[in-house]
Design a protein. Sequence first.
Lengths: 477, 457
Amino acid sequence: MDSRLLHDLTKLLGPRGVLHQPEDLMLYEYDGSVELARPDCVVFPRATADVVEIVRLANRHQVPLVGRGTGTGLSGGAIARHGGIIVSFARMKSILEIDSENQRAIVQPGVVNADLSVAVEHLGLHFAPDPSSQKACTIGGNVSENSGGPHTLAYGVTTNHVVSLEIVLPSGELTRLGSAALDPPGYDLTGLFVGSEGTFGLVTEITVKLTRNPEAVKTLLAVFDSVDDATETVAEITARGITPAACEMLDGWTIRAVEDYVHAGFPLDCAAILLIEVDGLREVAEAEAREVADVCELHHAREVRVAKDARERDLLWKGRKNAFGAAGRLAPSYYTQDGVIPRTKLPAMLRRIGEISKKYGLQIGNVFHAGDGNLHPIILFDERNAQQFRDTIRAGDEIIEFCIQMGGSITGEHGVGMEKDRLMPLLFSEADLALMRRVRDVFNPEGLLNPGKILPTSKGCGEIYVRPRPAAAAPSA
Amino acid sequence: MSISGAGVSSRMAEIAGDANVASDPAQIAAYQIDGKSPMTVVRPGSSEEVVEIVKFAEREKLAIVPTAGRTKLGIGMPPRQYDVALDMTRMDRIVAYDPGDLTLSVETGIPLHKFASALAEHRQFLPLAVPFMNRATAGGTIASGVDSPLRQMYGTARDFVLGMEFVTGDGIAAKSGGRVVKNVTGYDIHKMMIGALGTLGVITRINFRTFPLPRATRTCIATFRDPASAFRLRDAIAKSVLRPQSVEILAATGGTTAELGRRAAVSFDHNAWSVVVSFAGDEQVLDRDRRELEALTRGADRSALESFTELRAEPAENASRHIANLPGAILERFPAAAIFKISALPTDLAALASGMQAIEIPWLVVMRGLGVTYLALLPPDRSDGSLRLMTRECARLFSLSGKAPWGRAVLLWCPPELKTEINVWGAPFGDFPLMQKLKNVFDPSGILSPGRFIGGL
């Protein structure tokens, strides 16, 4: 990296605001995915003005810029694929304003997702998007990836809760998109920006909606001896007009892995469990919980357990949210996929995953946001075995190809990043991708922001994978 | 444009068939925008035909305005140029409906009521209770970005449109999003199409998420003698455990609006401020909703409370329908009305209400509980004097637009005469240069609804 650029960055941010030694950079070469690439330096702005100045410097030297929160992403969004500067928002983590009357908050991008909900708890409010990594991931990262979570079935994903953004364009220009009030005139640039995976601009301020806490919450655990019974239960809950706040499914193998780790009280000998949450007015939650329990029993649930109190509920959720960590204990590495199918295709999908598992001799655990058809197969592998790693990626691709055949999508909440850019042509035509490229160029004409993400490069499918990083219990949505 | 009218019609007929092209004045009159008529009307039957029409138009520098139900052609500025009305009503099919997946894919010209009945068979619906419900189409509703009282619970199209197919101004068929309820693949271009008034592309297909139809609904109306009490009740509802499907605050200066009030089941007597709250659920839940709301109402301000009434079943649904259609009903009853849409926050509403006291023309206001406000100025006639007064008032209201505590105002509907004096969109803001660049990407020759949108886009 140009020593003048490094000098200017250090002058701007102080010696503690810039990392450039190899041993420091190693910590920033990965995120929660299996991707890997080393940045040339990492900078830590303290304020919007710093970000503007960093962008101007990078622009002058034509060095790529990659925004980063806490690196919990699962598609390589915060990895400097082509080197350059990682802009870490670790020091921009203030909640700038809480407006309880209008149910809005203005936050800096480095605010941790769960911290915002904690900060507004006394007002009876929360920030609805709840990725499983919510205790670590940042709202800036959520905006970039349009993150989801278990409760998005009823409450929507990040884009549904963001109304305005302050962004720094790669030219160094500071712009505000949208407004705290709803329906500002003009094109919905906020809606376009959320989920652009850091390729449009660096976010310096986010105005979000806050959601009123429900009066009552009921969490049910339903245990099944057959996976088909569990999936049919999900279908019938929908058919009855119930939209649970969350509807999660774990298969038998994953249950045993989790139980061994978390001791959530999941039965060890079952084929699948559903974790279903309903909420709202006390009467609504109670009536829906009763009806959901009836549906489960109708479909031969061996047992339906309703969490008696908050402690029991938290334990059930701990089991779900640590499914990936539990899998991580059983193999040197694991690869979490993120595909979407129409929920009625769940049984076919599960059969297909079974076949793929057998074909490659790989253990695949299944965790689904069953309510919205978003699946997270966990493929276990050993990164020291090159063949197994290649098979793992192939198995992941085959799962995604089947999702597309079923009318689904290649990512429900983890993002495309550098993991799935090469898969984009399976879903989008050359014309679709060309238009997306032109839209990106409006914001990021020289490709300095997060290059090599989302849109496939002309190299196409032949791209060689970087070696996987050592196993770590990365949280997942 | 250098080609003759006859040349345009004959090429259009080649693409869409003779029966689907019209150019005689009687037929064309129905497609007027602010007094401006197109040269030709063409009704494409497929996305492929739209592509051909747009390519031809781009080559010949013909300006196209997509339309279908023709209920919202009055929105926006008059087009700078208007040669071809692209009537999408032939593209009216349900492409796919998967009740189990809660997804619906429709062609753009389908009337809302047509798929509403298909959804109702599976006890589902789309929360698009919009003006002109009986004639509006999916495409027009989405392209115009009109909202619905039900947004309190379900959000707007932005929240439940899953993906779209469209044809850009250079004749390229493209898509974004998908057909599943959760998806983060690629840029959400379709979000930008919502409310873009056909300036970025001709929407050909829309994928929606559907919702379960509520088992029953109930509407409660609390009427106060002053606006402050109405706003206090709004605030109390927002802080309560209640989850109403709509919260609307209605008031008017009385007199000529009485009939509109009766249909919406509210009083439009001078100084009456009604908070209309509608709930969905089963009967037991609705009983609780009503009890809680009544307690909040009496707690809000007993002395200013005039009445608290409850409507069930048919009367409740009628009132909701009329409130959703109020802009439509206003325009029927007062053809010279000017209707502002104000993008305000709930805490702005009190300032808005006090600002309205100075308006010298009769008015009617619908304030959504989430802040978005529709303010209609209702001139007694279309005389020059009335129009002058309207112009002055609208200019005055625009001078407040975007300044705290007012929200940004758009003059959604008004007599065309006003548009020579006033830009209905107000002044664009700091993000406008990006919008201009995006317009150039989607419509490089500027042939799609040119000049109708904000800042001349």
